[in-house]
Design a protein around this ligand. Structure first.
Ligand code: NAP
Length: 249
């Protein structure tokens, strides 16, 4: 099956991170023009240079996903520079773990703002154009822990379970207009964050994954690229568990 996204414009939030970068490369590899946003300027410039050296031409904007006005301005700018946005991947997200007993309002609010408000800030300004043009793909990156819960992550899992509620509602709102909305829920992926976990703890995590290894960002990116394709037109409101069998639903 050949996926052809030639002429499509994609916005991937958090494209400079582990999974986001793989998604950007996969969508661009299928022919899409890809834009992203970030907070950390130095990291983004390094990423832009490194990917440009390998032939990619990504556009990157320094905009916080919690900034409603900033996101709307960025979207207008992308649409002016690249064309109307056809594909959104809501990937930017953070963890700030602690048990609820020790949870501060700041930790709760920060994770909710970044992981959930971002869905509104990025998707709302684009949805009317997508439905008007009769084609669109929205993929929301959730987590295995949004499906099974995790000690120390009441804030994070609330957002990741909430993301799929957003997916299902919006999927129903736009299904007749050629726009699909899906969730991908990765398990443990070999990103910098997971590789920074001490080896003995990482080995314990891997022991709990039936396939016996961590996932790769490229595997998540391949699913996102399929969901962004023409071939996936009949898939909407779905939640793809991609976790090596660690949590089966
Ligand atoms: P990552 O490497 O930490 O990357 C996160 C990205 O999001 C970075 O590019 C970061 O940009 C951006 N970001 C964070 N907060 C932002 C904000 N307020 N405004 C704009 N950009 C912001 O994380 P990752 O491991 O690739 O994870 C990507 C997504 O997958 C997340 O939603 C995460 O919850 C989910 N996930 C990851 C795993 C895993 O094993 N890694 C498992 C399940 C789900 P800056 O660095 O510039 O802030």
């Amino acid at each position: 099956m050949k996926i052809d996204l030639t002429g499509k414009v994609a916005l991937v939030t958090g494209g400079t991170g582990g999974i986001g970068a793989a998604i950007c490369e996969s969508l661009a590899g299928a022919g899409a023009k890809v834009a992203t946003n970030y907070r950390n300027e130095e990291k983004a410039q390094e990423w832009l240079k490194e990917t440009a050296d390998r032939g990619f031409d990504f556009k990157a904007y320094q905009v916080d996903v919690t900034d409603t006005e900033g996101c709307a301005k960025m979207i207008a700018q992308i649409e002016e520079e690249l064309g109307p946005i056809d594909i959104i991947v809501n990937n930017a997200g953070i963890t700030w773990d602690t048990t609820l007993r020790k949870m501060t309002k700041e930790k709760w609010d920060t994770v909710l703002r970044i992981n959930l408000d971002s869905l509104f800030n990025i998707t709302q300004p684009v949805i009317e154009g997508m439905t008007g043009r009769g084609w669109g793909r929205i993929v929301n990156i959730s987590s295995i822990n949004g499906q099974k819960g995790q000690i120390g992550q009441t804030n994070y899992t609330t957002t990741k379970a909430g993301m799929h509620g957003f997916t299902m509602s919006l999927a129903q709102e736009v299904a007749r207009k050629g726009v699909t909305v899906n969730t991908v829920s990765p398990g443990y992926i070999a990103t910098e964050m997971v590789m920074a976990v001490p080896e003995d703890i990482r080995n314990q995590i891997i022991a709990g994954i039936p396939v016996g290894r961590l996932g790769t960002p490229e595997e998540i990116a391949a699913t996102v690229t399929f969901l962004s394709s023409e071939q996936a037109a009949f898939v909407t409101g779905a939640n793809f568990a991609q976790n090596g069998g660690q949590h089966m639903m």
